[in-house]
Design a protein. Structure first.
Lengths: 299, 229
């Protein structure tokens, strides 16, 4: 370890890993966005709102379960499912009739949804800040990196990211619905011509993508104050990550989130006042050299 | 088996098919011959419901199927092999067959591989990396997984080397022998004539000739005017 510390001081290392744990949340949300973009071709601006709803639902669920040990785990299960239910209703009630429309129309429609969702959140939860407690077993810090305290919850996030990535890989590569979704991403008409009801495939993929937004919302809730408008920053970041990684490519979303998260945490160290500029610079640099993103786009 | 009556089809505003009628009976291979852009693929797409006709009626086994969704037609036993092949390029050969909707158990992957042994050899390869002939076999194999009674083959020999065309002809004849009815569209008239029993000649979206192979062989005018042979 000492050799590593002589190259990278523990303080910086610690900062990098906190950045990486934030990357986890960006990856989970962006992978859902990318999945929907790749298979359904919908640029879902309302994705950030679903993330926000996930966070607010986590707040309510942890309240109901008395902020005890079980509360967070219940929120982790219930909130993404609640978001999935909302998205299923939106998809069956609205989106399924509009797949053939041009992208601009879909962009406007999902933007309208994000406004409606924002107002609904304000109606249900009100405008004030909410906080979700860190679950008891993840409270506190452990000494890491030369004894510097590292928050346990961030270790949990660092584990959650790869777990979700593996589950997504299994879903897209080992399940029939995943394989069908990959085929439909490239040629939906032909998928229909081999007997598959593409409409339901789209519904399932849409719901899974939105579920990931909800999951991201629950995971982020203990680390930030849950508030109206938390969707705005995130949706911009998520789109940039997806564009940087290659539209519709889940692994591109992972790579994009990594670059975004690391440049952000390093940026803060190097030049604190302008820290938030660095990830955007990274996006510009990536797109200058790879205009279609780092990995293969499905568009 | 299949009865197409007075079909008019449009792409947007452009009128492509004019009053197209044709029939396919059980167990026969019927040719739909014509030049590039004559309307062969549009006829196939109209039957499969991919570009539903604006006018006319299509019946299959006595049931009106005009305007039905392609996935429903596939489940009723109509297999479609498009002219540009359209394998699912990202998936392996095996997965291309795996994801097809299946109602019965008559056609298994094993049986399809028996018919196309060459496909079995490459079953883990990415479909996008296959040669043209291999992709063509795969699209036919894929359609067979749905246990079709009627197969729409759109220019299967297009762009294939002569030797591979011969192989493909043998396999298509085998499909006929096991009782599958086939509507075969072709520009390659010589190849088509080795397989079909009756033919329709289409040009500019209109059926210009219908008859047996012998009648077509005898009709120099039709051959010269519409088929350039």
């Amino acid at each position: 370890m000492d050799i590593i510390y002589s190259l990278i001081p523990p303080g910086i290392l610690s900062q990098i890993f906190v950045g990486l744990s934030r990357t986890t949340i960006l990856f989970i949300v962006a992978s859902g966005l990318s999945l929907i973009l790749g298979v359904l071709r919908i640029p879902n601006v309302a994705h950030g709102s679903l993330y926000m709803i996930g966070a607010f639902t986590a707040f309510t669920v942890t309240k109901i379960f008395g902020e005890g040990q079980a509360a967070f785990w219940m929120a982790l299960i219930i909130a993404p499912l609640f978001v999935a239910l909302i998205s299923l209703i939106a998809e069956r009630g609205m989106f399924q009739f509009l797949y053939e429309r041009e992208h601009l129309m879909l962009l406007l429609l999902t933007f309208a949804f994000s406004l409606v969702f924002g107002d609904l959140v304000k109606l249900v939860w009100g405008g004030e800040y909410k906080s979700v407690p860190v679950p008891a077993i993840f409270q506190g810090f452990v000494p890491l990196f030369g004894g510097l305290p590292f928050p346990i919850y961030n270790i949990f996030l660092l584990v959650a990211g790869p777990v979700v990535a593996v589950l997504l890989w299994l879903l897209t590569n080992k399940t029939k619905i995943g394989k069908i979704a990959r085929a439909a991403a490239v040629d939906r008409e032909m998928v229909g011509a081999v007997g598959i009801n593409v409409s339901w495939v789209f519904a399932i993929v849409f719901v899974i993508g939105c579920l990931l937004a909800g999951l991201g919302g629950v995971l982020v809730a203990p680390t930030v104050s849950v508030t109206l408008g938390m969707d705005h920053n995130l949706i911009i970041e998520a789109f940039l990550i997806v564009i940087m990684g290659g539209l519709g490519n889940i692994w591109g979303a992972m790579l994009g989130a990594l670059i975004f998260g690391i440049t952000q945490s390093l940026g803060i160290l190097v030049w604190p006042q302008f820290g938030i500029v660095f990830p955007y610079l990274a996006v510009v640099v990536v797109l200058l050299f790879r205009p279609t993103g780092l990995l293969k786009s499905t568009w | 088996m299949l009865d197409v009556k007075g079909v008019d089809t449009y792409y947007g505003l452009s009128h492509i098919l004019f009053d197209v009628s044709l029939t396919v009976s059980k167990g026969e291979i019927v040719g739909l011959l014509g030049r590039n852009g004559a309307g062969k693929s549009t006829t196939m797409r109209s039957i499969m419901g991919l570009t539903p006709p604006k006018k006319g009626r299509i019946t299959y086994k006595g049931e009106d199927i005009t305007g039905q969704k392609p996935f429903r037609l596939f489940r009723k036993g109509i297999g479609y092999v498009p002219d540009d092949r359209r394998v699912f390029a990202d998936l392996s050969v095996d997965d291309n067959l795996e994801i097809v909707f299946r109602s019965g158990k008559k056609w298994s992957k094993e049986r399809v591989y028996d018919l196309f042994p060459a496909l079995y050899e490459i079953n883990s390869r990415r479909a996008g990396n296959l040669s043209g002939g291999e992709q063509q076999m795969l699209t036919i194999a894929r359609a067979l997984m749905g246990e079709p009674e009627l197969l729409l083959l759109d220019e299967p020999t297009e762009g294939l080397a002569p030797l591979i065309v011969r192989d493909l002809e043998d396999q298509i004849l085998k499909l006929k022998d096991i009782g599958i009815s086939i509507l075969l569209s072709e520009q390659n008239v010589r190849s088509a004539l080795r397989m079909i029993s009756r033919a329709y000649v289409i040009d500019n979206g209109r059926i210009r000739f219908e008859g047996t192979v012998a009648e077509l062989e005898a009709n120099e005018e039709v051959k010269k005017k519409y088929l350039m042979v």
